[in-house]
Design a protein around this ligand. Structure first.
Ligand code: AHR
Length: 511
């Protein structure tokens, strides 16, 4: 068995891992909201005021830090007033972007906030810039956040919420270069400034405005948007708190049918996230050298062909060990670059794209991606330290997705960059997470700690008998992590057996 050397440099701190990096996204798309979250009070499926109980029970232990809603492309066609008041009176609309599906509006602002409270997450609302107005968005903020006496605040009270919702994160449109209005960056910068002006701080907690960022490696959008704000009349960059890029690593093969080569191709594309972060942050640093504006990635994940038998507009896909690796590689990239990236929101929560849960009628199962969220949780709020796999790096500088097809790069990934990971310290506990990306070769990982000694250590591993393994409603527990078990540790060295295609969590108490 090959031996991979990894050094954990505890004396080289990168920064604090923002818990928001483990965020989620839920859109009115396919089966994510209906019936993924909302079944209604009259449903035979057990529910809490219409919200699925099984989903709440599955998500609450993950302590998801932030949930983005209502879109996605849906957001720039959504009018928030459609989703308040008596449900029987709410208008029936057409969800144009996603198969012209009927939108009952039964899941609106109050239901979303209740769901967030039930699962213990912070809401992130995305406003309608593409087809909405600044006053519509201003009114939504006042409705949600004003504690005083106004018609909108009183309407919220009449609708059952005496206390303000205190929503801090507000998206100013979504993908405004595409489904959010087909704007160019200069035009969007002007629209952003106009809408942002009326995002008033109705409470003591200032609004955190999130501007629409680029698709993938479109550095031009990032540069032009910020540069336009900077140049027009006076510098308006202070209006931006975060800039949100999107990056989907896509697919290779299908969700459940792929070769070892396609496994490597997709993992390599997931790894491209490192280049995306470096590229946007470098661009932003030229205009915002103090990093006052946060970089966030509020949509990311795998995007496979829709599962046979499901409508193409619903983006329903299965989730295998390969998706677990996509999630783990991406979270590890976020942690290693936590000085550059502040929030990440995987797309999406339930039954859409790379989801944590799949539901069908009264059944709910956890995907392999769910278990990555569980294993990686100890990193949240930790202090990231350098994780150095003593092998050649492949993606610093921004490898493009197309390069992942090159057999040279796949060989590099396969042989040299077999182990990727991240490390952080919190309360004298070191958490190391790693992936053995090789589809069929196990290895031994020798972890050397620099700057600390280990007292005791344990590991848990997510691995299956097949790289295509996934959970189904018939076999819900085929893929799940092992229980933690002690591992040999002496002085500054730890030995970890890394099965092929595995995701590993190591926890060590430090001496
Ligand atoms: O997550 C699905 C869609 O992908 C979102 O609605 C859109 O923002 C992106 O293109």
């Amino acid at each position: 068995m090959s031996v991979q050397q990894v050094a954990i440099l505890l004396n080289e701190t990168i920064g604090t891992i923002s818990p928001y990096l483990h965020g989620e996204f839920a859109e009115h798309l396919g089966e994510c909201i209906y019936p993924g979250i909302w079944v209604g009070e009259g449903s035979t499926i057990p529910n809490i005021n219409g919200i699925r109980q099984d989903v709440v029970e599955a998500l609450r232990p993950l302590e998801i830090p932030v949930l983005r809603w209502p879109g996605g492309c849906f957001a720039d066609a959504y009018h928030w007033r459609d989703g308040i008041g008596a449900r029987s009176q709410r208008p029936l609309r057409v969800n144009y972007h996603w198969g012209k599906a009927p939108e009952s509006n039964h899941f609106g602002t109050h239901e979303f906030i209740e769901f967030c409270r039930l699962i213990g997450t912070e809401p992130y609302l995305v406003g309608n810039v593409g087809s909405g107005t600044p006053s519509e968005l201003r009114d939504w903020v006042e409705y949600c956040n004003f504690a005083g006496n106004s018609s909108l605040a009183n309407e919220r009270r009449a609708n059952g919420a005496p206390e303000p919702f205190g929503v801090r994160f507000w998206g100013v449109g979504n993908e405004n270069w595409g489904c959010g209005g087909n704007m160019d960056p200069e035009y969007y910068a002007a629209e952003f400034a106009r809408f942002r002006t009326f995002l008033f701080d109705y409470s003591d907690t200032p609004i955190h405005a999130i501007a629409c960022g680029a698709a993938g490696n479109d550095w031009h959008w990032t540069w032009k948007f910020l540069d336009t704000l900077r140049r027009k009349h006076w510098n308006r960059m202070h209006l931006v708190q975060s800039l949100a890029a999107h990056y989907y690593c896509g697919t290779a093969g299908t969700a459940t049918q792929f070769t070892e080569e396609q496994w490597l191709e997709l993992l390599c594309r997931a790894y491209v996230m490192e280049g995306i972060i470096l590229g946007h942050r470098t661009t932003m640093d030229e205009l915002d050298p103090d990093r006052r504006i946060h970089l966030i990635v509020d949509e990311w994940g795998a995007w496979h062909p829709v599962e046979p038998g499901k409508p193409s507009s619903g983006l329903y896909q299965q989730n295998t060990m390969r998706d677990a690796h996509v999630a783990a590689i991406t979270l590890d990239v976020f942690h290693r670059h936590c000085d550059k990236v502040y929030m990440g929101n995987i797309a999406q929560l339930i039954n859409v794209l790379q989801s944590l849960l799949l539901v069908e009628e009264d059944r709910c199962i956890k995907t392999p991606t769910y278990y990555v969220w569980q294993l990686y949780a100890p990193h949240k709020g930790g202090s990231a330290v350098r994780f150095e796999s003593l092998a050649e790096r492949i993606s610093d500088g921004g490898v493009s997705r197309d390069h992942c097809k090159s057999s040279y790069l796949q060989r590099s990934f396969n042989g040299l960059q077999c182990i990727t990971g991240s490390a952080s310290v919190k309360d004298r506990t070191l958490c190391v997470t790693m992936t053995n990306n090789h589809p069929s070769r196990p290895c031994e990982v020798r972890l050397t700690l620099v700057g600390a000694q280990v007292k005791e250590a344990s590991m848990a591993v997510l691995v299956a008998d097949d790289i295509r393994a996934h959970n189904t409603f018939e076999q819900p527990d085929r893929v799940k992590p092992s229980a933690p078990r002690p591992i040999p540790a002496a002085g500054d060295t730890l030995q970890v057996e890394a099965p092929a295609a595995s995701v590993i969590q190591v926890l060590c108490s430090l001496g």
